[in-house]
Design a protein around this ligand. Sequence first.
Ligand code: ZN
Length: 276
Amino acid sequence: MGLKQLLLSGLLLSVIEPLCAAISIGSLPDSSMVPGGVAVVPTGTEANSGSYRDERILLADFDGEQYAIIGIPLNASIGTHQFALELADGRRELLQFSIEDKEYVEQHITITNERQVNPNADDMVRINRESAEMNRAFTSWDNSQTPVFGMRAPVQGVRSSSFGLKRFFNGQPRNPHSGMDIAADEGTPIYAPAPGVILTTGNYFFNGNTIILDHGHGLISLYCHMNTIDVVAGTVVDTGDQIGKVGQTGRVTGPHLHWSINLNNTRVDPALFLVD
Ligand SMILES: [Zn+2]
């Protein structure tokens, strides 16, 4: 490629880039500015990109206005938080939002398989490898899809355990509950709650048979403890397509779906996205 073409392609890229960044969405998620919630903040401009706590954030146009849709970690401090916008003219702008307190209750669970509470050294090697794999998936960014925020419940069942519970396994404190549990009979179909592309599938120590589904722009959902997985990486799914069946693989006390929603590499409350 000659210098002229290089300059021309550079010019084209700089023209195309802002267009790529702008997506228009049909609905916004509920704004809930608490740990584990989602901050929906008008940017007052048309920024190219943004970041919060060093993670890229989702920017989308709704009803003629641009919004930052930001996942708030469960361990976020109460008070004022800042996020950054990269503007079309190259300037950087800082915006603020305020996080309020939310009290999550404790949940005590008894697990009969002691290794699932205190894994041995071999298990830890596997757990660390799987955790790195999942983190890689959660940080992927697909510009080609327009995320849909109004989601259908992925399975018909009973909400057995909600997001954010402070968890104790066999009396020992562990990470808070990073998703919503829906209990249903083994073999109950699990459906895609919104359009997306299957990012990866696998069998993990804690999560059992697992699917990670990419909805675009950092909105990524996770399905765990499945009996069967009916899709492969790269499968394009629409709302309501069957992706697998409820099971009890991994660390469970009975058959259920563990469903997580991830925004800007942050696990947030799936209930904020449910429309039915
Ligand atoms: Zn769960």
